[in-house]
Design a protein around this ligand. Structure first.
Ligand code: BG6
Length: 791
């Protein structure tokens, strides 16, 4: 068969040779050549690539591959190739000719065993030898489920790599894992077969013309946007993908993923990064784009359960039962709708809400990124005199319209009262149907542009793969950063019952949501269930905050969100009282992960907090530089200090880094801190000390069997932790016990065992340092979430 192919190639090439000297040959192997994606987009994309490139000194062979036996596979592939179409402006006879050439260059082959891959390699080499062409490279497009990746990757790596001087590009389709851990595993596995530069992970949204235009647009309009693209001018950003279809026919995939993993973690996050990243000097440098993306990921504020609302199309569970043969009693918790509030903690975007929203079975199909600008003008003349191009009182917005909706095509819309944008010549000014209104304004109020030639996303990306343009693809670091951002939210929503919705126009206002103080919530109260079900899982608000005793001290227990908000309220009340009585409030804070949500709550929802009179101390610190991500101070800085206005002379990091050494005894850091406390805190008695409890019963950095800090005179001590970094500085138990109030925050399932154990033990600080927390004259209050407490 390959001999025939060679003959066809030679004939096809001869024509090209006449026009210009032929240089290089590319073999494209489409794995999953008879599957849905291939049928819908990939063959057409490959045909387009062929049309674009064959006259430019390239020759091709296309190998459609699958597990199916040759005869049947050939038939299926022929079907998939039937509907290839040519660009509108191509003459029908020319089109037929090109199609014919393309079909002749495309062959089906079964790729199942290691021998099949060896044979493929041999055939490619033989072709090259016969035609005398130089090999440019090979593209392997994995349009197969991820469980098949490893085997295919192994076979390619061991027998299908091109010879020296030619490139290998493997193209991978999502899903790339299910959470951070699985994505990491998959990345490690693929990394054992391929170099990073050989892998092209597709997010097809990066090939959508309006999305691909975001960075070039920002670049070309730098002058106008420079002063506008920031928190002072942007009111909010909406990144939206609404769909009318449901998940019928693909519930086996969807049930495992749900809307957040399916589209928010990838498509919408990518759009978010393109809108919000610092603009690289060279927007087509893949390396610079990646660097700026990663910086943005670092600035994203962590998501909490309250950052999102989720819904589920009410027929979804029934579809799952039918398609996956589940019993009648089965009810899925998989969300088909989600809206998430994202905040970016950097100078540019601090305080600007970014809303990411997507759903199945909604009332319309549309996708866009909308940047709504603040209206900071007052127009004196009456509204009837406002003109779209001049009046600053009309809405001001910039929309990257990804597709569909009333406009029906990709577009870039800029309110006329903002600026006249500049776009490349591949975009033209557009006119919509008369009377069309978009985002609250008539289309005529916008400068509106659409692509001269609309192109499918996969076809755009195939061209980028061919040209080695890596900026349109997801690197391993990019992927893991995104999963790192989404995984905590996914975990916290795992058992949350989504709000059921009837679908389409009937959804009415049911899914409308609002946001404030870092939280997002449905506008309407939870309505009656729409279908009889097993009843929703308990929501935090279904429970009252439980008040009881633990180790004979008051215990406050609730779901984590309620608990954090209760603790934050209590801290504020204590602070206000202390400032009223003594003029200042001395607060000592622990590090680690539990207080992060508390810090965020204090930063975003406590506007009456007397920060100007608050002194912040550290309960303990790791012996690392203060700028190290492991440093407790760094956590405090990232999640609290940078958002509130504490005078810098009221901030007291622990001196773990003196004379360029970390916690050296001779530098006397512990003594220095003790002296600072004695000098500033009356009687060395903090107004409030916030502690945690480790799974081994440690508190602050006082670990079981610690030779220092459990008793004696020292206020601050150096200690050793069983986990890294080992060396620590910590307030001692005697100092902690002088506090007026001590709050111990305990959260998460991991703490269940120690919570149960410590409830039974007496005063044994050597074994369980937490048991030694007994303020002499102050008050001890335990704050435990139900996960930790209700074992
Ligand atoms: C896919 C999701 O990645 O994107 C689908 O798996 C979704 O659930 C699709 O429907 C939407 O893409 P497009 O190009 O139709 O907007």
């Amino acid at each position: 068969m390959w001999k025939m192919l060679i003959v066809v190639m030679c004939v096809a090439l001869l024509g090209c040779l006449q026009a210009q000297e032929l240089q290089e040959h590319v073999s494209i192997i489409l794995l999953g050549a008879t599957g849905d994606l291939a049928k819908k987009y990939l063959w057409q994309g490959l045909f387009q690539l062929y049309l674009d490139e064959v006259g430019r000194g390239h020759s091709f062979s296309f190998h459609g591959a699958a597990l199916t036996a040759p005869k049947q596979g050939q038939e299926l592939m022929a079907k998939a190739l039937e509907s290839l179409s040519c660009p509108k402006d191509m003459a029908p006879s020319h089109c037929a000719e090109e199609k014919d050439q393309f079909l002749q260059l495309s062959r089906y082959r079964q790729l199942k065993t290691a021998e099949d891959y060896q044979a493929l390699n041999k055939d490619i080499e033989a072709q090259l030898q016969h035609t005398g062409l130089r090999e440019a490279g090979r593209i392997f497009y994995f349009s197969v489920p991820p469980f098949a990746y490893a085997d295919i990757a192994r076979n390619i790596n061991s027998s299908c790599r091109p010879g020296p001087g030619a490139w290998l590009r493997v193209v991978l389709e999502k899903p790339f894992g299910h959470d951070h851990f699985s994505a990491q595993q998959l990345a490690t596995e693929l990394g054992s077969f391929f170099q990073e530069e050989e892998m092209y992970r597709v997010d097809h949204y990066l090939g959508k013309q309006a999305v691909a235009q975001i960075l070039p647009f920002r670049d070309q309009n730098r002058k106008a946007l420079d002063s506008l693209w920031n928190r002072h001018h942007v009111e909010r950003v909406e990144i939206i993908m609404k769909e009318t279809v449901d998940a019928e026919g693909r519930t086996s995939f969807y049930e495992e993923y749900g809307v957040i993993r399916d589209v928010l973690q990838n498509h919408l996050t990518e759009v978010l990064t393109l809108v919000a990243m610092e603009l690289p000097l060279n927007v087509s440098s893949a390396e610079a784009v990646l660097r700026h993306k990663l910086q943005l990921f670092q600035a994203l504020r962590g998501l909490q359960r309250g950052s999102a609302v989720v819904g589920q199309y009410q027929s979804y569970s029934e579809q799952v039962r039918r398609e996956l043969q589940k019993p009648d009693s089965f009810h899925s918790l998989t969300p088909t709708f989600a809206a998430v509030l994202v905040h970016i903690d950097n100078l540019r975007w601090e305080g600007v809400p970014f809303i990411l929203m997507s759903g199945k079975a909604l009332d319309e199909r549309v996708g866009y990124a909308r940047i709504l600008f603040k209206n900071q003008a007052c127009c004196v003349q009456s509204e009837k005199h406002w003109a779209a191009a001049q009046s600053q009182c009309l809405p001001r917005q910039l929309i990257f319209h990804i597709g569909h909706g009333d406009l029906g095509s990709p577009a870039v819309l800029v309110s006329r009262n903002l600026f006249r944008p500049s776009l490349p010549s591949s975009w033209k000014e557009m006119e919509g149907p008369p009377g069309l209104r978009l985002f609250g304004s008539p289309l005529s109020d916008y400068y509106a542009y659409s692509p001269v030639q609309e192109r499918d996303a996969h076809s755009v990306l195939l061209s980028h793969i061919f040209h080695g343009r890596k900026d349109s693809f997801i690197t391993t670091e990019n992927l893991l950063a995104s999963w790192g951002f989404w995984t905590p939210l996914l975990e916290s929503l795992a058992h949350k019952a989504p709000r059921l919705y009837p679908g389409g126009a009937e959804n009415g206002r049911l899914l409308d949501f609002e946001f404030s103080s870092g939280r997002l919530f449905f506008s309407q109260q939870q309505p009656e269930q729409l279908v009889p079900g097993p009843g929703p899982a308990p929501m935090p608000s279904d429970f009252q905050v439980l008040r009881a005793k633990y180790r004979e001290s008051p215990l406050v227990s609730a779901w984590s969100e309620e608990l954090i908000s209760k603790l934050a309220n209590d801290i504020e009340a204590t602070a206000v009282r202390a400032v009223r009585r003594f003029g200042q409030f001395h607060l000592a804070l622990s590090g680690g992960s539990s207080p992060v949500a508390l810090f965020q709550q204090l930063a975003t929802a406590h506007y009456g907090f007397p920060w100007a009179h608050t002194h912040l101390w550290l309960v303990d610190e790791r012996c690392v530089p203060l700028s190290d991500p492991e440093s407790n101070f760094q956590g405090l800085q990232a999640h609290l200090l940078q958002h509130v206005r504490v005078p810098y002379y009221n901030i007291h990091p622990m001196p773990v880094h003196l004379q360029q050494r970390l916690c050296a005894e001779e530098d006397q850091g512990a003594q220095i801190y003790a002296r600072e406390i004695s000098a500033l805190v009356a009687n060395s008695s903090f107004d409030l000390v916030l502690l945690g409890m480790g799974a081994d019963g440690h508190t602050a950095s006082l670990f079981p069997q610690s030779p220092t800090g459990l008793d004696g005179e020292q206020l601050v001590v150096l200690t050793t932790s069983p986990s890294q970094p080992h060396r620590r500085m910590s307030l001692s138990l005697p100092l902690i016990n002088r506090a007026k109030k001590v709050a111990v925050l305990v959260m998460g399932r991991m703490k269940r065992e120690i919570t149960a154990l410590v409830s039974r033990v007496g005063y044994e600080p050597k074994k369980w340092p937490i048991s030694g927390v007994l303020p002499h004259s102050g008050q001890l209050v335990w704050y435990m979430d139900y996960d930790a407490f209700l074992a």
